[in-house]
Ligand binder design. Structure first.
Ligand code: CS2
Length: 487
């Protein structure tokens, strides 16, 4: 069947009922400002919110804020804010259009518009998916203040960064009597709620103000694998949807959202859409970061070094799943206290099944990016805790050594690997000054105080383990190293 429609308001009646949005564009007024219009938000929180509004009502439309690039805004505007979510790997492709975006805004082009939106009393939730680096904080949660950020915070420059948008937005809201608000960080940071509360508090202090008492920062755990959309996904989305969509997002069937229930200004009925509310998200987020995200990174670095393109390809390397299982059982599981009724080992094993979803086309290079920002949250806690317990987390050390090899920039074949990381310049500089040997590389990278806490950087047992693995990887390559592990 030829696809003739372009997704937009007028195409809705032409779609099959199962493909139509359950909230029509413009049907509900905005109640949420969301910073970060990337694929993850559109396949996760936006879908939960659309389903919550469809089930229980409420003016919980989302104003989507694109931080830098305005391309996505123009594309969404051309489709009346509509886009589709293509679910792959669960049998037949499924596509549904989502209509919950009720406003679109551009932080770089109109930062004061975003500040006013945050100040608007109709807005009761400000959520974010901006990735680790956008918060401009070190692994301990300290705001990385430079002159430019200081100027943004004090009002001398437009507030285009995330800390400045939040701080200036909250100040404007307080001055306007905007009322209670929840700031909800949906990024993969350990203790994301309290961490962002601390960050915003520091940002407000620079602006000469304090955190308003009526703003809550609950922690939350978000989970759905949402890779970059490929041309093939776009084609499949059009077929499954019955209309062309310039900006579909692709996702696995699995989705999960666990949230601390602290919403003084109210919230959508996300529970009606399947979200779990809890008093303490810590067990969930620790389990997810350590037994899913760290294992994802392991697959990405080892697979990229072995010249494999996709996460699903990495899992097929002989010895890989055996090694990942031991990583989960021997290093990770002893460090997490999972939520009641959940086994850390089973959870980790189920992550492996999800990673094997080849339809996602998830590229190793995508998961490998920003390692300096991701590893402190997903891997270094496991290592630190095992070391404190007197154990040697050998698999976790292998993963860290693989990141170090990746940072050197060459695959086992000698092909170059891109280091897409906010600390790339710094990493290149320390490596350029260090001997290109296992010890030289390990010592140079462990010296990155932005990444490694002093206790890990000065841990001689860990250092030796890293040098050993780095040497193995350098000498034999990933494939032979994995094969040599036995089962
Ligand atoms: C991935 C995550 O890119 C990455 O670092 O580990 O984006 C992962 O796909 C999600 O957190 C799954 O919920």
């Amino acid at each position: 069947m030829a696809v003739t429609y372009r997704l937009g308001r007028t195409a809705i009646p032409e779609l099959a009922p199962r493909n139509r949005p359950v909230v029509q564009p413009g049907e509900v007024r905005p109640g949420i400002v969301h910073l970060g219009l990337g694929a993850f938000h559109r396949a996760h929180q936006a879908v939960f919110t659309e389903d919550a509004v469809a089930a229980s009502g409420g003016n919980w439309g989302i104003i989507g804020v694109a931080p830098r690039s305005r391309t996505i805004l123009d594309q969404l505007r051309a489709q009346d804010g509509l886009y589709s979510v293509l679910t792959v790997g669960g049998g037949e492709d499924q596509a549904r259009a989502i209509g919950i975006l009720s406003g679109l805004s551009h932080a770089a082009g109109d930062p004061y518009g975003v500040v006013s939106a945050i100040a608007d009393p109709n807005i009761r939730v400000v959520s974010m998916t901006v990735t680790e680096k956008a918060y401009r904080m070190d692994p301990a949660g300290k705001l990385l203040l430079d002159d430019e950020l200081r100027a943004q915070l004090t009002g001398a420059a437009p507030p285009v960064s995330v800390p400045a948008l939040l701080a200036r937005g909250l100040l404007a809201r307080q001055q306007a009597g905007g009322g209670p608000l929840t700031v909800l960080c949906c990024d993969n940071l350990m203790g994301n709620g309290p961490r962002i509360r601390g960050l915003v508090g520091q940002a407000l202090a620079v602006a000469g103000a304090e955190l308003p008492a009526d703003v809550a920062f609950p922690a939350t755990m978000v989970d759905r694998i949402v890779p970059a959309t490929s041309a093939d996904h776009r084609r499949r989305a059009a077929l499954a949807l019955g209309a062309d969509d310039a900006v579909p997002v692709v996702a696995e069937p699995f989705t999960q959202w666990v949230i601390e229930d602290d919403f003084p200004g109210g919230r959508p009925d996300w529970a009606a859409a399947g979200a779990i509310f809890t008093d303490d998200v810590t067990p969930w987020e620790m389990l997810k970061l350590r037994a899913l995200n760290a294992v994802h990174s392991a697959s990405a670095y080892l697979g990229a070094l072995a010249g494999r393109e996709l996460i699903a390809d990495s899992l097929e390397l002989p010895g890989m799943t055996g090694m990942l299982r031991r990583f989960i059982a021997e290093d990770i599981a002893p460090t997490v206290t999972p939520p009641p009724g959940v086994s850390a080992i089973e959870y980790g094993e189920s992550s492996l099944v999800r990673f094997a979803n080849r339809e996602l086309g998830h590229r190793n290079i995508q998961v490998a990016m920003d390692g300096s920002q991701k590893l402190p949250h997903r891997l270094l806690g496991t290592i630190a805790e095992r070391r404190r317990a007197g154990a040697v987390p050998c698999w976790a050390a292998l993963v860290l050594a693989a990141w170090m090899r990746f940072a050197r920039g060459y695959a086992d074949s000698g092909a170059t690997l891109p280091l897409d990381d906010p600390l790339a310049d710094r990493i290149h500089a320390v490596l350029a000054d260090a001997p290109d040997t296992p010890a030289g590389t390990v010592d140079a990278l462990l010296g990155l105080t932005e990444v490694f806490p002093a206790a890990l950087a000065g841990d001689e047992v860990l250092r030796r383990e890293l040098i050993r693995w780095y040497g193995e990887l350098e000498q034999h390559g990933v494939e032979a190293t994995l094969r040599g592990l036995g089962s």
